[in-house]
Ligand binder design. Structure first.
Ligand code: ADP
Ligand code: ASP
Ligand code: MG
Length: 420
């Protein structure tokens, strides 16, 4: 009997009625002869509610206690789902992160999984139980509760699928799979049947929240096949699998975006060796992630340096940067949080030219100014003014013809090439 891991997100377990529906789906999988491990998120909105409560209790809540608090959301849904299954006559047991022995480091709120011991999980499975695991949580080596970062139940599911060498990891969510872009903002978005780990990783890290970035990294590392699908329909979803030649035919597979970063500009810093290290060293020491960096050097030997940081870290970053700017004799430091980053992603970019210019022309055709650009082998990102984000996504979706199914003909890519 093969093992299937099924993960249900917040909207799928938003109330008891929906948890009952989830129980029916799980029971069906079990009736088909599979051994089932279920991973659940907290009810939709619950994690946000708990985080707000922590801030209400204390303006700067300690990360340890915050993790103790937010992990309760998943405890509730795991127990409720186990109860629903038991009520239907199925043997089920709920297990929390520490009971499964999901060991993490001690980075509260964004802990990394180090090992899964899992003896209890196996024992319960061997006894014929459906095991319902509370997602998003683990424990450090001292037994403290940790959480795995927002969206972390995806990671719990993938990690357990890897540990159990499951046949499949199913991620049930509120859309029918991975789309060419967020269907919430682009009505033409189309469901992708198969996507490579690498593209999915870029999509996720550039903001497509349908899968948590680290869960994709984990799946890629341990070769866990993922099926992203809807818990509200029986439609086939999207398979996330290793890359194959067929995928390269498509130049651009998807568009992702994020609005959770702001930019900082240091004006007129001396253009000499060591300056970048002086600016970014203190940010790294503070654990602040810098994303895109752009430097313009003028003839007077002075440079402007602009970079993006998470909005939540903006205040801390500004404090450090202003200090260094003063030491370096820079003219001024400015910030802007009205920005968005839009990215096009596709493994086909490796073998096709002209993709960037098509992107820039499409944005220009709507009068959208590009403030910063960054590229990697399979991705191009542009930072723009946030008020143009939806327009940018739609115009790019059209320019790369993502609403049309990929051509079945061999040879060159058709979708993604656009009209010359
Ligand atoms: P869950 O609570 O099930 O984990 P999430 O809210 O984390 O669900 O992720 C699903 C959401 O991701 C969708 O409702 C959709 O708005 C958003 N999303 C963003 N980009 C994409 C994409 N490319 N394909 C599908 N969904 C996307
Ligand atoms: N409940 C957590 C969150 O909202 C984890 C998850 O849903 O995956 O981020
Ligand atoms: Mg999610």
């Amino acid at each position: 009997m093969g093992i299937i891991v099924q993960k249900f997100g917040g909207t799928s377990v938003a109330d008891l009625e929906r948890i009952r529906r989830v129980a029916k789906r799980v029971a069906l999988t079990r009736d088909q002869g599979h051994r089932v491990v279920v991973v659940v998120s907290a009810m939709a909105g619950e994690t946000d509610r708990l985080l707000a409560l922590a801030r209400e209790a204390c303006p700067e809540p300690s990360r340890r206690e915050t993790d103790v608090l937010v992990s309760t959301g998943e405890q509730v849904t795991s127990a409720l789902l186990a109860l629903c299954l038991q009520g239907m006559g199925y043997p089920a047991v709920s297990l929390l992160g520490h009971q499964v022995q999901i060991y993490t480091d001690n980075r509260y709120s964004s802990a990394h999984i180090q090992a899964v011991a899992g003896d209890r999980l196996r024992k319960e499975l061997d006894q014929g139980k459906i095991v319902v695991v509370a997602g998003f949580q683990g424990m450090d080596r001292e037994g403290n509760i940790t959480t795995l970062g927002r969206g972390g139940s995806d990671l719990t599911a993938v990690a357990l699928a890897a540990y159990l060498e499951a046949d499949l990891c199913e991620i049930y969510t509120d859309v029918e799979g991975v789309y060419t872009t967020d269907p919430g903002i682009c009505p033409d978005a189309r469901k992708i049947d198969r996507i490579s780990y690498e593209e999915m990783l870029e999509m996720a890290s550039q903001g497509a929240k349908v899968l948590q970035t680290r869960s994709v990294e984990f799946a890629m590392k341990y070769n866990v096949p993922i099926h992203v699908r809807s818990s509200f329909s029986d439609e086939e979803g999207t398979m996330v699998v290793p890359e194959d030649q067929e995928m390269e035919r498509v130049v651009v597979s998807g568009i992702a975006f994020r609005t959770d970063e702001g930019k900082i500009t240091i004006k007129k810093v001396p253009d000499r060796p060591g300056v970048a290290a002086r600016i970014f060293g203190p940010l790294a020491d503070e654990g602040i992630n810098v994303d895109i960096i752009v430097q313009n050097v003028s003839e007077d030997g002075l440079a402007d340096m602009t970079f993006t940081v998470p909005k939540g870290e903006m205040k801390r970053a500004m404090e450090r940067v202003e200090q260094v700017a003063k030491e370096l004799g820079a003219r001024e430091v400015t910030w802007d949080d009205q920005i968005a980053k839009v990215s096009i992603i596709g493994v086909g970019m490796r073998t096709h030219a002209g993709v960037a210019s098509r992107m820039f022309s499409a944005l220009a055709s709507e009068g959208i100014n590009i403030q910063m650009i960054s590229t990697s082998e399979i991705k191009i990102s542009c930072v723009i003014e946030s008020k143009y984000l939806e327009l940018a996504v739609r115009v790019l979706h059209k320019a790369f013809r993502l609403g049309e199914p990929p051509s079945q003909e061999g040879g060159e890519a058709s979708r993604g090439e656009g009209d010359e």
